[in-house]
Write a protein that binds this ligand. Structure first.
Ligand SMILES: Cc1cc2nc3c(=O)[nH]c(=O)nc-3n(C[C@H](O)[C@H](O)[C@H](O)COP(=O)(O)OP(=O)(O)OC[C@H]3O[C@@H](n4cnc5c(N)ncnc54)[C@H](O)[C@@H]3O)c2cc1C
Length: 394
């Protein structure tokens, strides 16, 4: 029997990275220390107990991870996406619920940061980026997931100014635990041009979370429906003007998908490390199983998948950092990285044989966590649709 802790040796072997500056190397090293020192030891128990790690997010906020890719003059960390994503990879590989939570928070800040007026940014953004507050992103509804323009939640203008929001937003990550929500709601019946974006407080009167969903994985991350019953919002909580909501949501998702790709790469790397550590120790027919070609080749394919996914994600990130269009590349990165995470984590279970199917090792958890990465922030069918549409346009 391989000692249960053997995979930690290999988690201590950093992934091979090329980072743009010595400062970036230090930042990613810090993310790795936090990931391995603070997150990894807590992940398995917290996931088993479905415990939402609110304090962990505060700590990550204090360290600057919750506002990292936003400009310093806005109160962010001023880091390029290339660096932010590699930090996210480290955090997500140690604890996927936390990596996903950071990515969702960063995406929830995007509409205000990119489309808010100077007055709106000044009023709210520093607090959001400082990381004391945690965000949620309310786009999906029970009958509007892949097709958000089918949403029905309505923000009606009130006679005394402002809006009253009524409806139900499904699948909200941090639903009921967040301090603010970036909400997309209908302000007119026009299908895609009738949607607007709002920054809403988490504790608004009339806003009620349903009990959290019981999920197969990512159980440390709360996912809940939020019911909005005439929730009053002041006029200045409208972000980017009436009718601009869907295009803001889709732009935010381009960046958010890179975050999910990063968490998926981290997860795939963790699954690979676990499998390699086990295969070096476990002996059959008088030698370590990694030395049997059949298994060595499987591990080689896993390593190739992890490195290809990382390269694809970083190419998209570098385009974003240079101000080039990156939407198609973000969809490709999300597709490639999450499919890699699913394949590599499934293969990791196989490499561990019977032990892979037990909860004594993290491989089965990685496999359950990888599955949802292929579903949220646009299923991988929707990523293919985005890529194909881009190809058709030429
Ligand atoms: C754990 C978790 C957390 C989430 N967090 C958030 C969040 O924070 N905020 C938020 O807004 N949403 C969130 N979501 C929702 C998520 O983004 C949606 O579940 C996802 O977009 C799919 O929508 P759906 O579930 O309604 O599936 P559907 O849209 O009903 O799709 C069903 C199936 O049909 C396929 N399909 C649909 N349309 C097409 C098409 N045109 N061509 C080919 N195939 C198609 C889909 O790929 C899927 O396989 C979360 C979901 C989960 C599970």
């Amino acid at each position: 029997m391989v000692p249960w802790y053997c995979f930690w040796y290999f988690r201590d072997m950093p992934a091979d990275r090329t980072l743009p500056t010595p400062e970036a190397e230090e930042i990613v090293a810090l993310a790795r220390d936090v990931a391995q020192g603070e997150l990894a030891p807590k992940a398995a128990k917290a996931e088993a107990d479905a415990e939402f790690p609110r304090e962990t997010f505060r700590e990550l906020g204090r360290l600057g991870f919750l506002g990292m890719p936003y400009d310093e003059e806005l109160g962010g960390g001023g880091q390029p996406y290339e660096v932010y994503l590699q930090c996210l990879e480290e955090l997500g590989g140690a604890w996927a619920s936390v990596g996903v939570g950071v990515s969702v928070h960063v995406m929830a800040c995007y509409p205000l940061a990119s489309r808010g007026t100077a007055a709106q940014r000044e009023k709210w953004l520093p607090e959001l980026l400082a990381g004391e507050l945690l965000g949620g992103y309310c786009l999906s509804e029970a009958d509007a997931g892949s097709d958000p323009s089918a949403m029905r939640t309505r923000a009606a203008r009130s006679a005394d100014g402002g809006f009253a929001v009524t409806g139900s937003k499904a699948w909200v990550t941090h639903g009921g635990d967040a301090d603010f929500y970036t909400l997309f709601a209908r302000t007119s019946d026009e299908r895609s041009k009738g949607i607007s974006c709002f920054l809403t407080p988490g504790q608004a009167e009339g806003l009620t979370p349903a009990p959290p969903e019981h999920k197969m994985g990512l159980t440390g991350s709360t996912t809940a429906t939020l019911d909005w019953d005439g929730v009053r919002l002041e006029e200045d909580r409208l972000i980017g003007g009436e009718g601009a909501g869907l295009s803001i949501a889709l732009q935010a998702l381009d960046s958010g998908r890179l975050g999910i790709a990063a968490v998926a790469v981290g997860l795939a790397q963790a699954a690979l490390d676990c499998a390699v550590a086990y295969a070096r120790e476990r002996q059959t027919f008088g030698k370590p199983v990694i030395e049997h070609q059949g298994l060595g080749f499987l591990l080689a394919d896993m390593a190739a998948a992890v490195e290809s996914a990382r390269a694809t994600m970083l190419e998209a990130a570098r385009r974003r950092d240079r101000g080039l269009p990156f939407g198609r590349q973000a969809s490709i990165a999300k597709l490639v990285a999450t499919d890699a995470a699913m394949q590599v984590s499934t293969d990791a279970v196989q490499v561990l044989g019977g032990y892979g199917y037990t909860k004594d090792f993290p491989a089965e958890r990685y496999m359950r966590e990888a599955k949802v990465m292929q579903i949220f922030e646009g299923t991988n069918q929707i990523q293919r649709m985005v890529i194909a549409r881009g190809l058709a346009r030429g």
